[in-house]
Ligand binder design. Structure first.
Ligand code: ADP
Ligand code: MG
Length: 627
């Protein structure tokens, strides 16, 4: 029989420490939380070698009374809870009373601390859980915690530490999150003698985001602010065009602390659907506030995973908050035209001038940088079969009678399109809209670059409009509003072979496809028989459109809404005028008027921007007309 031993305190302490202190970042996180709980407004973190050999956290918080200092290093010693009930409404960050005990069990710790009441501060040293020094000392109010030689007494654990750089980066991430969740605190991070982060502590999330995320990203952020069903969602989220290739810039704070919540991430990303490019992820800093009882933060010992008692309610609140922000705060992306230095020619030597020439925007840098369909080398004849819907129908939607009447009426109210590029309001319009009419709001067609980008002027801006993306979005919006797409029967049904997932995705969605203009039968043997396709598509495209719809259906999850959008994306994309095709001035103007008059035509359904704006003011600055 193995004999049962009660472990000596020091070993029990070491085991417990392992749960709290995994790496330098865990110490930094706990220490910053203590500083925040202590009411600090300035917190400085300094690390060397990724924090493995040296961590120092200095705050200007309330400090610890000299008689309490040794107690603070005991396990389950905390000033934050006294009775079991308190556990239900934990508002402070730390509460287990373990951090200082665990840290001092596995490293050499030194503390300087002073409260406002006491004349002297305390200088305390504890190594491997053993008190080494406890003396009075003169020091400023607040607390400085120094942690040296992490895991010096548990070499096995030291082996699990990653490279210095990696540990240091994890520490940075911890400080960044704290800085974002506490804009009212000025944080500094010094890594191996270099200051790598400094926030102002002015209380504005925007300022903290600027310091943490950098200028480029923080400039694209839109404020989020919504209270729904007892859940408050505030913070910042990026414009759809600024979504990134990874989720690295997503921060969720729940009741003030950094958490990871699949629900919040999914809800935010859902809000960008149809505006952000596929495969790109939004940047956001969201502060979600829910009643303390409705969240369980103790799911994971490191306390970053959370569970809500009502995930759906949280999803809805976050989705709406972000969606509202995007709808109200998004503007068309601007092409920045950097102003030249004043009087370049007068003050520069030839050599200096040549140097600046290198940095001046070239024709290329002013071009809209986005992937486009390669312009067709052979322009399509105006009356060719390829573009008839665009030319003939001038955006009349393929919708049932009642709907199309409503939309046509709306179109009539818009300025009448004349063959000349400039729109003149008709007499009736001047009569009825006298007050609203202003020459500044006219859309004027300037031309088209590369048979792809319509150049138009409106108010004090010039716009470059990607005609394919714009038309695609317009069609997509129309289909979506109409909930149906008109169909055309094929003279000869077309058999389309589909593989595995795609075949099952199509056969499982035959009804949905029918609603959007496809009549498809399961033909067995991984093939389908297509009898009808949406009216505005070309018959010879049948195979490719069915295959594309199948691909996106197969790639998508099971949410109904998503599947409809996928079908509509595919149809709109195929039906839209292509880049490179020749379009008449009337069509161009018509398109520009639609795009610039409707803020919901901002991105194509795949998330590419529809238009870029160049402000007159910026041009004038650039050309030195204004200083
Ligand atoms: P907890 O934070 O869970 O209470 P800790 O081990 O982190 O446990 O800290 C123990 C106690 O030490 C805290 O409750 C607090 O009273 C005190 N303390 C720790 N760090 C600080 C600090 N920076 N400023 C003031 N008091 C502190
Ligand atoms: Mg603590």
């Amino acid at each position: 029989m193995p004999k049962i031993n009660v472990l000596p305190k020091s070993i029990a302490e070491l085991i417990a420490a392992g749960e709290v202190v995994e790496r330098p970042a865990s110490i930094v996180k706990e220490a910053i939380e203590n500083s925040i709980d202590a009411g600090a407004t300035h917190v400085t973190v300094e690390i060397q070698r990724g924090g493995i050999t040296y961590i120092r956290i200095t705050d200007n918080g309330c400090g610890i009374a000299s008689s309490d200092v040794p107690k603070a290093f005991l396990r389950h010693a905390t000033s934050k809870i006294g009775k079991a009930d308190d556990l239900d409404r934990i508002s402070t960050l730390g509460f287990r009373g373990e951090a200082l005990a665990a840290t001092s069990a596995v490293s050499r710790v030194e503390m300087f601390t002073k409260t406002a009441d006491e004349d002297f501060g305390t200088h305390y040293k504890i190594e491997g859980g053993e008190e080494i020094l406890n003396e009075e000392i003169g020091c400023p109010e607040g607390t400085t915690l120094i942690v040296r030689d992490l895991f010096y007494n548990t070499p096995a654990r030291m082996k699990f530490l990653k490279k210095d750089v990696t540990e240091g980066t994890t520490v940075s991430a911890v400080v960044e999150r704290q800085a974002l969740s506490h804009p009212e605190i000025a944080f500094k991070l010094i890594r191996d003698g270099k200051q790598t982060l400094s926030t102002s502590g002015d209380g504005k999330l925007q300022s903290a985001a600027y310091s943490v995320l950098g200028r480029e990203i923080s400039n694209t952020l839109i404020p989020v602010d919504l209270m729904l069903d007892g859940i408050k969602v505030t913070g910042l989220a990026c414009k759809p065009v600024s979504c990134r290739a990874s989720r690295a810039y997503q921060f969720t704070f729940l009741n003030g602390r950094y958490v990871q919540s699949g629900t919040v991430t999914a809800a935010s990303e859902q809000a960008y659907k149809n505006s952000a490019m596929i495969g790109k992820f939004p940047v956001f800093v969201l502060c979600v506030t829910v009643p303390f009882e409705t969240v369980d933060v103790n799911v994971h010992p490191a306390k970053t995973q959370v569970r809500f008692s009502d995930e759906k309610r949280v999803f809805t609140a976050v989705y709406n908050a972000v969606k509202n922000a995007i709808l109200s705060g998004d503007t068309r992306p601007e092409i920045a035209v950097t102003p030249q230095k004043k009087n370049t020619f007068l003050h520069m030597t030839t050599e200096e001038y040549r140097q600046t020439g290198v940095n001046l925007p070239t024709q290329e840098s002013l071009e809209v940088k986005q992937e486009i369909t390669k312009p067709k080398t052979e322009p399509v004849r105006l009356n060719s079969d390829k573009t008839p819907f665009f030319l003939r129908e001038e955006f009349k939607p393929n919708v049932p009678e009642k709907k199309s009447v409503a939309i046509e009426k709306e179109q009539e109210e818009k300025p009448v399109v004349t063959p000349t590029p400039e729109i003149k309001p008709t007499e009736t319009q001047i009569a009825t809209e006298e007050k609203e009419y202003s020459p500044e709001s006219e859309v004027k067609l300037i031309g088209e670059a590369f048979n792809t980008y319509i150049v138009a002027q409106k108010g004090d801006s010039v716009f470059l409009i990607d005609k394919h993306a714009a038309h695609e979005r317009i069609l997509f919006n129309q289909f979506k509003a109409a909930h149906t797409v008109e169909s055309q029967n094929l003279l000869m049904p077309v058999t389309v072979r589909l593989i595995g997932d795609e075949y099952s995705a199509v056969t499982a969605n035959l009804d949905l496809l029918e609603q959007y203009g496809f009549e498809i039968e399961d033909f067995g043997n991984e093939s389908v028989l297509v009898r009808a396709i949406p009216a505005m598509l070309e018959r010879e495209d049948t195979e490719s459109i069915v295959t594309e719809a199948a691909e996106s259906l197969a790639a998508r999850g099971s949410v109904n809404l998503d599947r409809i959008d996928d079908i509509l994306h595919t149809v709109a994309c195929k039906a839209a005028i292509k880049a490179g095709y020749i379009t008449s001035d009337t069509e161009k103007l018509n398109l520009a008027v639609r795009v610039l008059g409707d803020n919901d035509i901002m991105y194509c359904p795949h998330g590419r921007p529809v238009a870029f704006e160049i402000k007159k003011y910026n041009l004038e600055k650039y050309f030195g007309r204004i200083q």
